[in-house]
Design a binder for this molecule. Sequence first.
Ligand SMILES: O=P(O)(O)OC[C@H]1O[C@H](OP(=O)(O)OP(=O)(O)O)[C@H](O)[C@@H]1O
Ligand SMILES: O=c1cc[nH]c(=O)[nH]1
Ligand SMILES: [Mg+2]
Length: 225
Amino acid sequence: MPIEERGDAHLITHALAKDTLSRLRDVETSQVAFRKGLVKLGRICGYDIIDGAMETEFVSIRTPLAETTGERVKRLDDVVIVNVLRAATPFVEGLLKAFPRAKQGVISAGRNEEAGMGEDGTFPISIDYTKLPEIRESDTVIVADPMLATGSTMCAVLDHVLEQGPDPEHLFVLSAVSAPDGLVRVGEQFPEADLLTVAIDDHLNDEGFIVPGLGDAGDRAFRTE
Ligand SMILES: O=P(O)(O)OC[C@H]1O[C@H](OP(=O)(O)OP(=O)(O)O)[C@H](O)[C@@H]1O
Ligand SMILES: O=c1cc[nH]c(=O)[nH]1
Ligand SMILES: [Mg+2]
């Protein structure tokens, strides 16, 4: 199975996910290659979520030649993907290749970098715009953000997502790179969430950036610096 348990999180271990993340980390990777890499990584992660966490069922099929039995992924319509603006946008574009019929929500959430990281290791988060579909108990919700650093953004986003209605059957927090602090913070505050990530990095620096990380994912994808 391409998803392995690791402490507070589950690691997506597909070789192509690691390959793609390594290209994203490279400081020489151009903006276009970076954005395309995030799309690719989202697609791989989506396939791995389906492989590791979604049920399948056997169905009868008639091919042009004969009756046979096939296997289908169940309940792909009951998936909600939440895009945490803005760095998650290309990542979600890739996820949608695996979940083309997912309902989508967006939340614009940003760290107040000027305020800096507080003594408790968190950032103030401003949530400026949200548009979420109805979330039902039977849904699988995937909240996607390529970077989980202090976890401040994800905690604010999850508060918002969960206050809208009943707890969904499955709640996944999907990131490309996570810092140990962020995983612990989100895991403690939202024990119902399944934390999925491609890599757990070493530490956060004084500015709250993941080390070694890949830099500022939003700036690299959107060419803003
Ligand atoms: O775990 P945290 O410490 O909260 O940091 C992670 C957040 O930081 C980045 O967003 P950023 O605030 O840079 O916004 P952007 O996507 O617009 O660049 C990233 O995409 C996460 O949302
Ligand atoms: O390392 C980090 C931390 C937060 N946001 C990013 O884009 N990168
Ligand atoms: Mg940013």
